[in-house]
Design a protein around this ligand. Structure first.
Ligand code: HEC
Length: 124
């Protein structure tokens, strides 16, 4: 019977851990999808956000000062087109060695990404 009791104990430990995973997404599936896309498509490799990420792109914590979600969703698919036509972005781009690559995602996913970026508040 000892083996069975061990099994029950391990389930009892596992269950709160599984429930805990869900809670980490703040209960908002769209927000968690945006965060996942931000990691999966490599944004975090170049942009520092939520305390992690690289220095190959500008910090995004003030993106809300410059972007609507629709423009941002466009930008994500074809950044160079926006950089060419925007003096502020050209100045930003001049500080980085390589331009941002666009990603091929459907509009719905790009809007989720845009919402995530607009929600980033600190560089920390
Ligand atoms: C290879 C590095 C790299 C990757 C990967 C990358 N970026 Fe960028 N990002 C840059 C650079 C560099 C710029 C500055 C503009 C330029 O040079 O193209 C930039 C600019 C931006 C800006 C505009 C910043 C401003 O000042 O308005 C946003 C928003 C942005 N990136 C979001 C993203 C998102 C979202 C992703 C993931 C889909 C992503 N980036 C992936 C390097 C990167």
């Amino acid at each position: 019977m000892a083996a069975l009791r061990d099994l029950e104990c391990s389930w009892a430990l596992l269950l709160p851990a599984l429930l805990g995973c869900g809670a980490a997404d703040d209960g908002d599936p769209a927000a968690s999808q945006g965060r996942q896309l931000f990691s999966r498509y490599g944004c975090v490799t170049c942009h520092r956000a939520d305390g992690r990420g690289g220095p190959m792109g500008p910090p995004l914590s003030r993106a809300g000062d410059h972007w609507t979600r629709e423009d941002l969703a466009e930008f994500i698919s074809e950044p160079s087109r926006f950089v060419e036509g925007d003096a502020r972005l050209r100045t930003v781009a001049a500080a980085y060695r390589a331009p941002m690559p666009g990603v091929t995602l459907d509009l719905e996913q790009r809007l989720l990404l845009a919402d995530h970026v607009l929600g980033l508040r600190s560089d920390g």
